[in-house]
Design a protein around this ligand. Structure first.
Ligand SMILES: C[S@@+](CC[C@H](N)C(=O)[O-])C[C@H]1O[C@@H](n2cnc3c(N)ncnc32)[C@H](O)[C@@H]1O
Length: 193
């Protein structure tokens, strides 16, 4: 199966959106709620319908960007949040975006949506996108990696191994405030460039 633009557009067209919880997830909301600096330049890759991006925008984080390879979720964000800057809705492949110098990148069900062979490239791209000292924060699934996906799983050990050469692992632990269907199945992390 090729996880390309066509694949994702088709999922949106058929409304097969098992990942779409319909609201900002509790761990991300909790993290955002303790941020003071609304001038942070923030990216949400593979943002889907962008509940987290919209929450940030509504709370004054006007330098929030999203990237998604599919056009439909970005159109949706523009419709439900008309004052979200259209130039911050990047319809592109994450691996090709040129906007840089992010202070913060929020990960949620994007890493797990990519073919596992792309994981080293994901790390390299995150490193390029962040400012020195920039932070990658979010959630990674904690269930065994297999061929059946997306979502593709992984473990704390694997993620440690993958990120430790480029990032300082400040936190990588079982999330305590996951949404009910994901309880016990995800890790909350903070990695610093
Ligand atoms: C599993 S969904 C998660 C959406 C969102 N993060 C959420 O939690 O609701 C994965 C998203 O990543 C997007 N995507 C997949 N591959 C991508 C790529 N290479 N570059 C940018 N977006 C991509 C898909 O179109 C889809 O919207």
């Amino acid at each position: 199966m090729k996880l390309d633009k066509n694949y994702w557009e088709e999922r949106y067209l058929e409304n097969k959106l098992g990942w779409d919880i319909g609201y900002v997830s509790t761990p991300i909301k909790t993290y955002v709620d303790q941020l003071d600096d609304t001038s942070l330049k923030i990216l949400i890759p593979g943002a889907g319908r962008g509940y987290e991006a919209r929450y940030l925008h509504e709370n004054g984080f006007k330098e929030t960007y999203v990237v998604d390879i599919a056009s439909q979720p970005l159109r949706h964000i523009g419709e439900v949040c008309p004052d979200f800057p259209p130039e911050h809705l990047l319809e592109n492949d994450y691996f090709k975006i040129e906007e840089k110098e992010f202070d913060l990148i929020l990960e949620q069900t994007f890493f797990c949506a990519l073919a596992p062979r792309l994981r080293p490239q994901y790390v390299k791209k995150m490193y390029e996108l962040l400012k020195p000292g920039g932070i990658l924060v979010g959630l990674l699934f904690d269930f065994p990696l297999s061929d059946s996906g997306p979502p593709f799983g992984g473990s704390a050990e694997e993620y440690h191994e993958l990120f430790r050469d480029s990032f300082t692992i400040q936190k990588l632990e079982r999330a305590h405030n996951s949404i009910p269907p994901r309880q016990g199945k995800e890790l909350f992390f903070i990695f610093e460039k």
